[in-house]
Ligand binder design. Structure first.
Ligand code: BEZ
Ligand code: FE
Length: 287
C-alpha cells in the first residue's frame, strides 16, 4: 500500500500525472499543485475555511450565465487576470489590460474622424492618434480598432435598455498613416457586479467595487498580435483603487480642455456641432 502524507502529496500528484502528453500541461498542473499544497500548509487551512471557499465557488457557478462569469470576476479581483496581462505585455507594445464582460463583436463601422456622441449627454471628448507596429515603429494602415465604453451614467449599452443598441461602440479602420480619430463623451466610473460571492469577498476585505472610468480598445491587424487594453483619464476619483487592477501608468491619460477643434489634426464629422469646451486625448498604440 502506498501511503501519502503532507510531505509526499505533491510528488504523488506529479507521479499520477506522469502520462500527461502535453509537456506544458504537465508543467502548469504540477506547479499549480505544488503552490496550492504549499499555500494550504503555510496558512494551515481549516476545514471551515476550506468549506467557505468551496461554497464561494459553488455560488459562483450558480450565479454565472453566458453573459456573466463570476469565475472571471474572481480572477479579476484577485489580480490574476491583470497578472496574466502584465506578464504577456512587453516588447515595446502597449500594455494589455482587461477585456471585461461588456465587449460585443460586430459594432458599427465608423470612418476616421467619425462621431459617437449622437444623443449622448456628458462631456464631449475627441480621441485620436496612430497605431504603430511596435517592432518597426512604422504606422499600421488598415488596423481594426474597436472601442467600447460606458455612457455618462456608468452603464454600457448592453446593460441599459434606455441606450440605443450599439451606443458608444464602434469599429474603425486606421488610415494610410495608421491614424484613428473619433468624437465621443467622457465615460463614467461604475461598480463591478457585487450581488454575488465576489461582492461578498470585496465587502469582507473592505474593498470598494468602483472601477475608474475607462475606454476599452481591441486593436487587430494582419500578422500582429491583437491588443486588448484600456485607457484611463487621470483625474478619476477611483484611479488608485481599481478592484480589477487594470490601471498602468502607461495607460493613464490627461484630458486636455480645448475650445478650438482645429487643434485636432484630422477632420471631424462633428466639428461644427461639438460643444465647447471639449476634452482632447491624444494616444498612440503600439501593437
Ligand atoms: C470592464 O471593464 O468592463 C470590467 C472588467 C472587469 C470586471 C468587470 C467589468
Ligand atoms: Fe469596462
Amino acid at each position: 500500500m502506498k501511503s501519502v502524507n503532507q510531505d509526499t502529496i505533491t510528488d504523488a500528484f506529479v507521479a499520477y500525472c506522469e502520462k500527461t502528453t502535453s509537456p506544458r500541461l504537465k508543467l502548469v498542473l504540477s506547479k499549480l499543485a505544488a503552490h496550492l499544497h504549499a499555500f494550504t500548509k503555510e496558512v494551515a487551512l481549516t476545514h471551515e475555511e476550506w468549506r467557505t471557499a468551496m461554497t464561494l465557488l459553488d455560488r459562483a457557478g450558480q450565479i454565472s450565465s453566458p453573459e456573466r462569469s463570476e469565475f472571471i470576476l474572481f480572477s479579476d479581483v484577485l489580480g490574476l487576470t491583470s497578472l496574466v496581462d502584465m506578464i504577456n505585455s512587453g516588447d515595446g507594445r502597449t500594455e494589455y489590460s482587461n477585456l471585461g464582460p461588456f465587449y460585443i463583436a460586430g459594432a458599427q463601422w465608423l470612418e476616421v474622424g467619425g462621431d459617437l456622441i449622437g444623443g449622448n449627454g456628458g462631456d464631449p471628448v475627441v480621441f485620436y492618434g496612430q497605431v504603430f507596429d511596435a517592432a518597426g515603429r512604422t504606422p499600421v494602415p488598415g488596423a481594426v480598432l474597436e472601442l467600447w465604453q460606458t455612457a455618462s451614467n456608468g452603464l454600457y449599452s448592453n446593460q441599459d435598455p434606455k441606450q440605443p443598441a450599439g451606443n458608444l461602440r464602434c469599429r474603425m479602420k486606421t488610415g494610410a498613416n495608421g491614424e484613428y480619430a473619433f468624437s465621443t463623451v467622457r465615460p463614467a466610473p461604475y461598480t463591478v457586479p457585487e450581488d454575488g460571492p465576489v461582492g461578498d469577498l470585496l465587502r469582507a476585505t473592505g474593498r470598494r467595487p468602483w472601477r475608474p472610468a475607462h475606454f476599452h480598445f481591441l486593436i487587430s491587424a494582419a500578422g500582429l498580435r491583437p491588443l486588448t487594453t484600456e485607457i484611463f483619464p487621470d483625474d478619476d476619483p477611483y484611479i488608485d483603487e481599481d478592484p480589477v487592477f487594470g490601471v498602468r501608468e502607461q495607460l493613464v491619460v490627461r484630458l486636455v480642455k480645448e475650445t478650438d477643434s482645429s487643434v485636432i489634426p484630422f477632420p471631424l464629422a462633428a466639428a461644427n456641432r461639438l460643444k465647447r469646451p471639449f476634452y482632447r486625448i491624444h494616444y498612440d498604440f503600439l501593437i
